[in-house]
Design a protein around this ligand. Structure first.
Ligand SMILES: [Zn+2]
Length: 345
């Protein structure tokens, strides 16, 4: 008997849709209430691969709504991703599981194999903002699910083809300031909001062109009401309309101004060699001078020196902010070299 018989009989899915599900890789960020529910449902639906990212261990207050965990996990202080993987493996051994008991960072996402979709199951706007910046910068889609009190919101963000999270929430910074407030969540709200997120995820994997990228659904489980709101792309959005600046710099790389000059200095982590940078410049048809110690060229029309130690000097910038935008642009230009190196090491 075909394991997915009941799902294949749904005409919107059918054998080809099921095949598509089985070939898909979904990344779930956050294995709290919505994340553990999403992981279980996608595993039962026969997803090809799941990557689970969460640095937390299971605690007693999780059990009220996080369905993959139990009191044994609390007693063992198990990492959520490990406890989840153990249970998911028993539900469907065909699913490939990648687990990261770590905090979500750009460096971590770079280690994840090619994926089709990300599910935002975080409980805070700081991580959500970072995910959105990465989605804008790298051009992938993600589906947000957020629950608070008796209301939950679900939306597909595909910044290539529609608004981003910051377009939908212009007050993103103010929301981040409230991340530490502990919000109540109604137990019954979670599976309802989660079901909306997973419905949208399956539809996106099978028929992405049929999914609205400008529609937020808000469900209230006390009113039993479902409302839809149209979200417009903001032409002045500080995130998706300024792509080179969308990503934050790693904390170790901060620009310093050289006293009394308009020159800024910064040092790269995992610096590529002069020859690697020279090759990238040649490919981009950017003229440069090279000696044994450094490369000299223009970046954003101003002089830029790249030293073999990974030092960068940016000249003639009126302030730190503009120098930083220039450096971010360069940083994302050479980043593929760094990632390639990390993989081949
Ligand atoms: Zn935006």
């Amino acid at each position: 008997m075909e394991r997915y018989d009941r799902q294949i009989r749904v005409h919107q899915i059918g054998p080809s849709g099921q095949k598509r599900i089985e070939q898909s890789h979904v990344v779930i960020i956050g294995l709290g209430a919505t994340g553990s529910y999403a992981a279980e449902q996608l595993t039962r639906a026969g997803i090809g691969a799941l990557t689970l990212i969460d640095s937390d261990t299971v605690s007693l207050t999780n059990l009220q709504r996080q369905t993959l965990f139990d009191e044994v996990d609390v007693a063992h202080e198990a990492f959520k991703v490990e406890a989840a993987a153990e249970k998911l493996g028993k539900i469907n051994h065909n699913v490939t599981l990648n687990i990261f008991p770590k905090r979500f960072t750009p460096e971590l996402l770079a280690q994840v194999p090619a994926f089709d979709l990300v599910l935002d199951c975080t409980d805070n706007f700081t991580t959500r903002d970072l995910l959105n910046r990465l989605a804008c910068n790298q051009g992938f889609a993600f589906i947000m699910a957020s629950c608070a009190g008796t209301a939950g919101s679900v939306m597909l963000f595909d910044p290539k083809n529609g608004p981003c999270l910051n377009c939908a929430y212009p007050q993103l910074k103010a929301l981040q300031a409230r991340d530490c407030d502990t919000l109540g969540v109604n137990t019954a709200l979670v599976p309802l909001v989660s079901a909306l997120q997973i419905s949208l995820a399956l539809k996106y994997l099978i028929a992405p062109a049929d999914c609205a990228t400008d529609m937020m659904a808000i469900f209230d489980n006390w009113q039993l009401s479902l409302q839809h709101f149209k979200v417009q792309k903001n032409r002045h959005c500080p995130t998706c309309e300024n792509l080179p600046a969308a990503l934050p710099l790693p904390r170790t790389m901060q620009l310093r101004s050289l006293c009394g000059t308009n020159t800024y200095q910064v040092e790269l982590d995992n610096a590529p060699t002069l020859d690697q940078v020279a090759a990238a410049l040649t490919e981009a048809q950017i003229p440069f001078d090279q000696n044994q110690a450094l490369l000299r060229f223009k970046w954003r029309e101003r002089p830029f020196s790249y030293f073999k130690t990974g030092q960068c000097h940016l000249y003639d910038w009126p302030d730190t902010e503009q120098a930083e935008l220039c450096f971010l642009d360069f940083y994302h230009f050479i980043k593929p070299i760094q990632i390639e190196e990390a993989i081949t090491e």
